[in-house]
Ligand binder design. Structure first.
Ligand code: SF4
Length: 697
């Protein structure tokens, strides 16, 4: 009913990487409700988060003024949950920016640029991510800048860069409509990418073979041809066994392999050691099922592979992705309709923030920071002499660097490491040790509790800028509401801080930043701000000013030397922490449909919080019986790093030796328990496997 609202603005959902386009209906300057519109990724659809997760922007907890920590106020979590502002005083922007610039700039001048690190955010726009990494590189002269991609798909990107030459998807998820078979592994799209899941279900309904592989049964399994519920942490054993069958039975695509790949003979020889009969014992899937799955995938005309954090968040996450890439290559399933590799991205702009260079080893467009020619190009664009040619530290390495006394100051924009990092007690202790912590956010987050200076930022629906979804679709986000009080858009705050640090930045609109990004990012060729204003979305690569963009890439050649993709064999590596007599069960963590990451937005969204108000964990009915616990009782979860208490739920989808814990609840933060052991290539922590003890209270 058009009388319900007096204004309407089109933007993009702020939550997951699907990137649904929305129409925000406003009355008296406030969002009243949200509808899906015809974006390329959602075609009018929205999930419960997109539809109801909007009123957090009008929440009374929003930061409206800059804050400065009171002298001698202790740095600790949740000072007074009822009034978290007790350790801060309000300040003017001038005063707060001076404090931030003097604090961080002073550390740079006393200890050198590398003593300051930055965490940017995949919740920010492309322009904001670009400016943030530029500030650290130009203002502090080095590359200690990272963001939450390190905690989600860093290992997938490491494997894709190594073997395909590009970290982005080779085909949009909508291409599933042209596929005959699709593997979804280590992902729970019904909860985490719900609109993408609707396409997967439609695919199955029209006869496509959906193969779900996951240690936890997912809601999509009822649509699946095969539900392969393998033992946690045994992905490589399962995938190598599948590929071994394909080799044994000659089901591989020799002509594709000859034309487009390298290192096949080594891969083939390696796979001979992974007979399904041998791997069945490790992965818990019988050899016959492995053979059937292998035949179904390899004999199809076109197949897609989707994966999520169940694959990436392991110490062998890169190896897991290497196997998936090899499976696609050996069956010729890249670069044609209905085929491709698609790591499902988590945040709404994690693809764009990574593309924009918010990572310690790459400049924008994944250009090597150690390459003098590439750095020279950016020096020319930025008007700088030079900055470090050393790769910077990653998210968890930066916090370790604080404990080691090497990192003394941090600028954190929109990230919440006091909740999101593995072993958060260690992370919180690091934040408390910093000599200067500047946090820029929309709420006084758990991380902001430790800040010296807090800068109030605009929420996503209050700012203009572009974002890039899991499909490589660059989309225009538009401001619908005015930020509360004195809160400002993130790009504007970063510009003001840069000026205080002595940089002569003159940007007055994000479109100017986008224009500069294009000078260093070939991926944005033929995509302009004006075009995005008019068309809302353009997929990269776009081959001409009229081309809406390429849904499928690498049909002819791969962006690697020689134009070929590579097979990299992977071995079975056990999880870092095996269950034992003290901690006999396996804990895995993730999201649930209604809540987003550390909960700062969705737990302040009325409808979403009403549906899921309490911290909970999922246990198999037989485990509940064994513990003598009823559904709704409290249980204690304990690992070598700490313990939490939360409600027990019955869930037949988890095996009797597993417990699943969502990580959105501060009162029972799952990351108190998680293992910080890292994948050596992607430097991603093993969030998906920790030895745990569960007991009744
Ligand atoms: Fe938002 Fe993702 Fe839901 Fe779409 S699927 S409405 S992008 S949370």
């Amino acid at each position: 009913d058009s009388t319900d609202y007096d204004n309407e603005v089109q933007s993009v959902c702020p939550f997951c990487g699907v990137g649904c386009q929305v129409s925000l209906k406003l009355k008296d300057g406030k969002v009243k409700y949200v509808e899906g519109i015809n974006g390329p990724a959602n075609e009018g659809r929205l999930c419960v988060k997109g539809r109801f997760g909007y009123d957090y922007i009008h929440h009374p907890h929003r930061l409206t003024k800059p804050l400065i920590r009171l002298e001698n106020a202790p740095k600790e979590m949740a000072v007074d949950p009822a009034n978290p502002f007790t350790h801060f005083r309000e300040a003017t922007w001038e005063e707060a920016l001076d404090a931030a610039a003097n604090g961080l700039g002073g550390l740079r001048d006393s200890y050198g640029g590398p003593s300051v690190a930055g965490f940017g955010s995949a919740k920010c726009t492309n322009e904001e991510a670009y400016l943030f990494q530029k500030l650290i590189r130009q203002g502090f002269g080095h590359n200690n800048v990272d963001h939450c991609t390190r905690l989600c798909h860093a290992s997938s990107v490491a494997a894709l860069m190594e073997n395909v030459g590009s970290g982005a998807v080779t085909a949009t998820f909508n291409e599933i409509e042209n596929a005959d078979v699709a593997i979804v592994i280590g992902a729970n799209p019904s909860e985490n990418h719900p609109v993408a899941a609707t396409y997967f279900k439609q695919f199955a309904k029209r006869g496509g073979k959906l193969i779900i592989m996951d240690p936890r049964g997912t809601a999509m399994k009822r649509h699946a041809e095969h539900m392969v519920q393998f033992r946690p942490g045994t992905d490589v054993a399962l995938l190598n066994a599948i590929m071994c069958v394909i080799v044994e039975e000659g089901l591989y695509d020799q002509s594709y392999i000859d034309q487009h790949t390298e290192n096949w003979e080594a891969e083939k020889q390696h796979l001979a050691g992974f007979a399904p009969e041998k791997m069945a014992e490790i992965c818990g899937i019988d050899a016959q099922t492995i053979r059937t799955v292998a035949r179904d995938f390899a004999s199809a005309e076109a197949g897609m592979i989707f994966w999520g954090m169940g694959v990436s968040q392991h110490i062998h996450g890169t190896d897991n992705s290497r196997c998936l890439i090899s499976l696609a290559l050996m069956t010729g399933n890249v670069g044609k309709p209905g085929a491709g590799l698609h790591p499902l991205r988590g945040q709404n702009n994690v693809q764009g923030a990574s593309d924009a260079g918010l990572i310690p080893m790459f400049l924008p467009d994944y250009q090597d920071v150690t390459d003098d020619k590439i750095r020279g190009h950016f020096n020319k664009i930025w008007g700088t002499d030079d900055f470090s040619n050393q790769k910077g530290l990653t998210v968890t390495e930066i916090l370790d660097g604080v404990h080691a006394g090497e990192i003394k100051g941090m600028y954190v924009l929109g990230e919440n490491p006091a909740m999101s990092d593995p072993d958060v007690t260690h992370a919180r202790e690091a934040l408390a040790k910093l000599e200067c912590l500047v946090v820029q956010d929309i709420f006084l987050t758990e991380t902001a509790n430790y800040a010296d200076v807090v800068l109030p930022a605009a929420a996503f629906y209050e700012k203009n800028g572009t974002v890039t979804n899991t499909n490589r679709q660059v989309q225009m986000g538009r401001a619908a509401a005015t930020p509360p009080g004195e809160a400002r858009e993130d790009w504007a705050i970063t510009v003001a801080l840069a000026q205080k640090l002595g940089l002569d930045w003159t940007y007055t609109h994000p479109s100017q930043v986008f224009a500069e990004m294009k000078e260093g990012m070939p991926s944005l060729d033929n995509i302009t701000w004006d075009r995005l204003e008019g068309e809302n979305a353009v997929t990269y690569p776009s081959l001409s000013p009229e081309d809406p963009g390429q849904a499928i890439v690498f049909g002819d050649e791969f962006p690697r030397a020689g134009g070929r993709a590579k097979f990299t064999p992977a071995d079975v590596i056990p999880p870092d922490e095996a269950p034992d007599a003290d901690y006999p069960m396996i804990m895995t963590t993730g999201r649930q449909l209604e809540h987003w990451h550390t909960g700062s937005m969705t737990r302040r969204s009325t409808v979403l919080d009403a549906i899921e108000p309490e911290a909970n964990c999922s246990l198999h009915p037989s485990t509940l019986r064994k513990l003598g616990v009823q559904v709704g009782d409290k249980v204690k979860l304990e690992t070598r790093r700490g313990s939490i208490t939360l409600l027990a739920r019955e869930d037949r989808a988890v095996s009797p030796d597993m417990v699943f814990v969502p990580f959105a609840y501060v009162e029972a933060a799952a990351n108190v328990l998680t293992n910080p052991a890292l994948d050596p290539y992607g430097k991603i922590p093993e969030f998906k496997f920790a030895a745990v003890k569960v007991s009744a209270l």
